[in-house]
Ligand binder design. Structure first.
Ligand SMILES: Nc1ncnc2c1ncn2[C@@H]1O[C@H](COP(=O)(O)OP(=O)(O)OP(=O)(O)O)[C@@H](O)[C@H]1O
Ligand code: SF4
Ligand SMILES: [Mg+2]
Length: 355
């Protein structure tokens, strides 16, 4: 059994208008039918552009956002159906490291207070000394000295603050940590350190990760499996190596072509699929394949009308594209010149409908 299984998870935020915000005029389809499994002891990397629903998905797993429909099974238990108090207890096993390390740490609390909070909430530790000993062990595991205990978040660098965020999750000895953009706020030089730290922790403690990032390069190295998200759903999922060796969905191909290659000859020769143009609004997603407004391979049949299912093309490699086989075989060529493919379709940029 997988440690975490999402089954057709949906999170739709109502858009309210009116004097008392009492009229629902539409929905933001932030997460719109995601199914995935995270295996125990492994790392699942979830990637996609800003606004595609990654954080909402992570928060929904912890029920920090209301779930519209679908199941979130953690160790076989459907969290979506748990009463609030039981859900609160489950959070000991499921922790999240938040996207913004500074914003998610209370500036008025020192590190000891920040890390004690979770221990107290879950009744862990028999005395103050016992809790302090746990906290010092955890700080050591994330590479911070015990002198950090009495210091405040603003006294640390970005990388150190991210370590505090990781320590806050780790001190509860969870089974799963959801890391939301663990390094995007950090200097490139520090990013590798934090990624390596996450790996070391996994090796020594056997923790399972769901790592969220907008940058494929960040998740590649640490992920066993990668899921690529576009406008609220998965468009491709594969083992990390398979995805890099042979991306099959047009969106993944475009994302991948934006990752620089170290070899200058390969870098010069490779094909780039430019994907500019905004993500259409999740309040008004395109019909059919949600990527059709930007897809260079779009066909007249099916693409605009039928939403493609995520289906297995080869063992463990799933793709949501009607024409994945033909594109892969080189039988179909980009139908629109890249110049037009990258222009956002003005009609589909409609934002939240006006009341
Ligand atoms: N509480 C909320 N109420 C209404 N809409 C929301 C809420 N939270 C998120 N959204 C919307 O849901 C969509 C997905 O947002 P989300 O933060 O999950 O994206 P993301 O993939 O994490 O983006 P980023 O890479 O910028 O962090 C966005 O359109 C966002 O504006
Ligand atoms: S279904 Fe059509 S529009 Fe969607 S990714 Fe495949 S070819 Fe492109
Ligand atoms: Mg986010």
């Amino acid at each position: 059994m997988s440690l975490l299984e999402l089954d057709d998870l949906k999170v739709h935020f109502p858009i309210r208008r009116g004097l008392f915000m009492d009229r629902t005029v539409g929905y933001v389809y932030a997460v719109d039918g995601v199914s995935l499994s995270v295996e125990r002891g492994e790392t699942y990397g979830l990637v996609g552009e800003s606004g595609c629903g990654k954080t909402t998905l992570g928060r929904a797993v912890l029920r920090l956002n209301d779930i519209t429909s679908g199941e979130v099974r953690f160790d076989g238990v459907d969290l979506a159906a748990l009463p609030a108090e039981q859900m609160r207890k489950s959070r000991k096993h499921l922790q999240m490291v938040f996207q913004d390390p500074l914003g998610s740490l209370d500036p008025r609390q020192n590190v000891e207070a920040i890390l004690t909070e979770g221990l107290a909430a879950h009744d862990i530790g028999t005395s103050r000394a016992d809790r302090r000993a746990r906290i010092i062990r955890t700080l050591d595991a994330v590479g911070l000295p015990s002198s950090a205990l009495s210091r405040y978040p603003h006294e640390f660098s970005g990388g150190q603050r991210q370590r505090i965020g990781i320590a806050r999750a780790l001190v509860l000895e969870p089974d799963l940590i959801i890391c939301d953009e663990p390094v995007s706020a950090l200097d490139v030089s520090i990013q590798a350190q934090v990624i390596n730290l996450l790996e070391e922790i996994q090796e020594s403690l056997g923790i399972t990760y769901l790592v969220i990032a907008h940058d494929l390069a960040v998740v590649r190295h640490i992920s066993d499996t990668i899921g690529v998200m576009y406008l609220g759903s998965l468009v491709e999922e594969a083992g990390s190596d398979a995805l890099y060796a042979s991306p099959k969905h047009p969106y993944t191909k475009a994302l991948m072509s934006a990752v620089p290659v170290p070899d200058p000859d390969v870098e010069d020769a490779r094909e780039r699929i430019l994907l500019t143009g905004d993500l259409p609004s999740p309040a008004n997603p395109p019909t059919g394949c949600r990527f059709h407004t930007r897809c260079p391979w779009r066909q007249d049949e099916l693409c605009d009308t039928e939403r493609p299912e995520l289906r297995e093309l080869s063992t463990g490699h799933k793709v949501a594209c009607h024409y994945a086989e033909q594109i892969d075989a080189g039988e179909l060529h980009p139908t629109r010149s890249l110049a037009t493919a990258i222009l956002p379709d003005a009609e589909l940029q409609t934002k939240v409908p006006d009341a």
